[in-house]
Design a protein around this ligand. Structure first.
Ligand code: UT7
Length: 334
């Protein structure tokens, strides 16, 4: 971001949605060669939530945005832009942003979907903030929503235990004080890591066919061990870069908000940053990896529980398919 800041960008309201259906680790013990102990120890996940069959990603996203509007006491007509990020859109097109716009009846906005997998929310927040900082928009909604239960192979113990469904949304508005809000961002892509974490079929490279279905190419593929290693390095690098750039020492950080993929990845990053685990936001035990919803869902919960306070310095950090990775420094205002 430029050091010249015509407007600053505050996070001024939050909303979230987690499905009612809870799937605990025992559920998988019933039909897979796995145990609650393995999943808990290797990932930190105890349970996750699943949307029902007739509830697409837009269902969760709409609920999150509706809660946000209620919390801000705001009419949908005031929204100017919806940036929706997901890897499980309702359809390839129209965009899920259009579906949400129609669901909530927002008559004066535009919007689009952004794909950056588990870094989706960081990239969407960085993008949304530009529209506020440039002065062209006054009310921007950034929403992360995913129905991961749909693209994880239920028979693949390497993946199915990791993921869950959920959504969360932030409202961005201009603020008076440039020392608050979204202060800085670092974002990176590295396509050389693309083959390690991907959904091979369904696009123009491998369009849906009997063969792609038979070969399970519509499910998540990942080389877990490689992604684990690369995620620790990538997230720690961008988080340390943003701290250095903003003269933040580990004791200045109120919370590290890491993407919730694996508690061992999170602990390794916190260690490299010198941030103690009591300053790390975590809800992976309840929801697993919800991809684009993971970071905003975590922030929502800490804020709703009164654990996040005005003036707190928080460092958001993510790593995902692409590879995509990034970090955002926020000085909290709510
Ligand atoms: O959000 C996007 C980014 N994604 C991530 O950050 C995920 C990164 N990777 C990880 O979190 C971890 O690598 C996993 C959780 C996916 C796997 O944990 P791991 O400790 O790296 O296990 P591993 O892949 O080294 O596998 C160890 C063993 C293997 O058995 P063998 O080959 O040694 O006989 C796996 O087959 O654990 C086995 N295993 C399981 N065992 C019981 C894999 N999944 C399970 C399971 N239950 N659910």
């Amino acid at each position: 971001m430029s050091s010249k800041k015509p407007y600053n960008c505050n996070i001024s309201a939050l909303g979230h949605y987690v499905p009612e259906k809870v799937i605990d680790n025992k559920y998988f013990e019933n039909y897979l060669d796995t145990t609650d102990e393995w999943i808990t120890e290797r990932t930190g996940i105890k349970e996750r939530r699943y949307l029902e069959k007739d509830q697409p990603t837009s269902y969760a996203a709409t609920k999150a945005v509706e809660e946000l509007l209620k919390n801000r006491n705001m009419s949908p007509d005031e929204i100017e832009l919806i940036v929706l990020t997901t890897v499980t859109p309702d359809m390839i097109y129209p965009s899920t942003a259009c579906i949400i716009q129609n669901n909530i009846g927002a008559k004066n906005c535009w919007g689009f979907d952004l794909i950056a997998a588990c870094s989706g929310f960081i990239f969407a927040l960085y993008t949304g903030a530009q529209f506020i900082k440039s002065g062209t928009h006054k009310k921007v909604i950034v929403c992360g929503a995913d129905k991961m239960s749909l693209i994880a192979d239920p028979d693949d113990r390497n993946n199915i235990v990791l993921f869950g469904d959920g959504a969360a949304a932030f409202l961005l508005e201009p603020g008076e004080d440039e020392n608050y809000g979204i202060i800085d961002a670092v974002a990176r892509i590295d396509g050389s890591g693309g083959r390690n974490l991907c959904q091979l079929a369904g696009g123009s490279l491998h369009p849906a066919s009997h063969e792609t279905v038979d070969k399970k190419m519509h499910f998540i593929y990942q080389d877990g061990r490689t992604v684990f290693k690369d995620a620790v390095k990538g997230m720690a690098d961008v988080s340390l870069e943003i701290m250095k750039r903003n003269n933040l020492k580990s004791e200045d950080v109120a919370y590290l908000v890491p993407h919730q993929a694996n508690h061992r990845i999170i602990a390794a990053i916190a260690g490299r940053m010198g941030v103690s685990m009591d300053k790390v936001m975590m809800n992976i035990h309840k929801y697993g990896n919800t991809t684009t919803a993971s970071i905003p869902l975590c922030i929502y919960e800490y804020w709703a529980d009164g654990k996040l306070k005005k003036d707190d310095n928080i460092i958001l950090s993510s790593f995902g398919a692409g590879y995509t990775y990034g970090s955002i420094y926020v000085k909290w205002t709510l």
